[in-house]
Design a protein around this ligand. Structure first.
Ligand SMILES: Nc1ncnc2c1ncn2[C@@H]1O[C@H](COP(=O)(O)OP(=O)(O)OP(=O)(O)O)[C@@H](O)[C@H]1O
Ligand SMILES: [Mg+2]
Length: 256
């Protein structure tokens, strides 16, 4: 089996006059933790939107596990094992943590709505399994004590944890994390980083967009840098730290 996880070719997306994404060629290998960084508006979230099917591209091609997924629906891509989190968390405020997890765990399954309304014995077993699995995930993330708390009662950081929990309940092969540490207090950020590393060491391929450069430098095997929609650097943390284009993109070009 090939080691290709994701490949994009000539991928373009613009909004009005703004070229949000314009990437000639970019490949990711399986079982790597890669960070995608770049200044605000660089196109990082749009890149995630395109590869996860939440936006259609203007042109170009996207391959997941060597299968062409260009402009496929998000649920199809999720069923292929690539699951994303959102920069602004999308947890359900009126549901408890447990309900949020059970809902996410069922959304990628093949069970039809009719089957979930008519509660057969099989369905009840399915629900119990889902509940067990939810508790397993909560234990892994140290949030079991929050099972019955409503999502709206959680802090921003706890919501980020719940969002991560919701994404791993479906046993993803690949996780796309959009700013998992944003708005999270330093202690929880440290815990989240440890969790992300643990998921990576369990073999999950991870692409992470993150502004916390210290965290990015610490855990990434590879760093890809976008600026104004384009790829401007790609390398190890050590290489990226000293890259002239990267420093310029963040600090702006000097006048001389
Ligand atoms: N739905 C949209 N409609 C119009 N413009 C958009 C839309 N989504 C993104 N853009 C624009 O595309 C560009 C890239 O935005 P994107 O959100 O992908 O950047 P980003 O790198 O994720 O930034 P940040 O670090 O602030 O999250 C920006 O100029 C943004 O204003
Ligand atoms: Mg973004």
């Amino acid at each position: 089996m090939s080691n290709n996880l994701l490949e994009v070719k000539n991928l373009k997306k613009s909004f009005g006059g703004i070229q949000a994404v314009n990437i000639n060629e970019l490949k990711f290998n399986k079982h790597q933790l890669t960070s995608i960084i770049g200044p605000n508006g660089a196109g990082k979230t749009t890149f995630f939107d395109l590869i996860s099917g939440f936006q259609t591209s203007d042109s170009g091609e996207i391959f997941l596990n060597d299968i062409n997924i260009t402009n496929s629906h998000p649920y199809k891509i999720a069923r292929m094992g690539m699951i994303r989190t959102f920069q602004l968390t999308k947890v359900f405020d009126r549901m408890t943590v447990l309900e949020n997890l059970m809902f996410s765990g069922s959304s990628v399954s093949n069970d039809s709505l009719v089957k979930s309304i008519i509660k057969t014995k099989r369905q009840r077993n399915y629900e119990n399994d889902l509940k067990d699995k939810s508790f397993e995930v909560m234990e892994e993330l140290n949030i079991s004590h929050m099972a019955n708390a409503y999502a709206r009662e959680l802090s921003g950081g706890q919501k980020k944890l719940l969002e991560l929990a919701r994404s791993i309940i479906n046993n993803p092969d690949t996780l796309l994390l959009d700013e998992p540490l944003a708005g999270v207090n330093p202690k929880l950020a440290e815990d989240l980083l440890g969790l992300i590393q643990k998921l990576a060491s369990n073999g999950i391929s991870i692409l992470m967009v993150e502004h916390n450069i210290e965290a990015v430098m610490k855990i990434s095997e590879r760093i890809v840098v976008l600026s104004e929609g384009s790829l401007i650097a790609d390398g190890s943390p050590g290489e990226i730290r000293n890259d002239k284009n990267v420093i310029e993109a963040y600090l702006g070009k000097s006048n001389d």
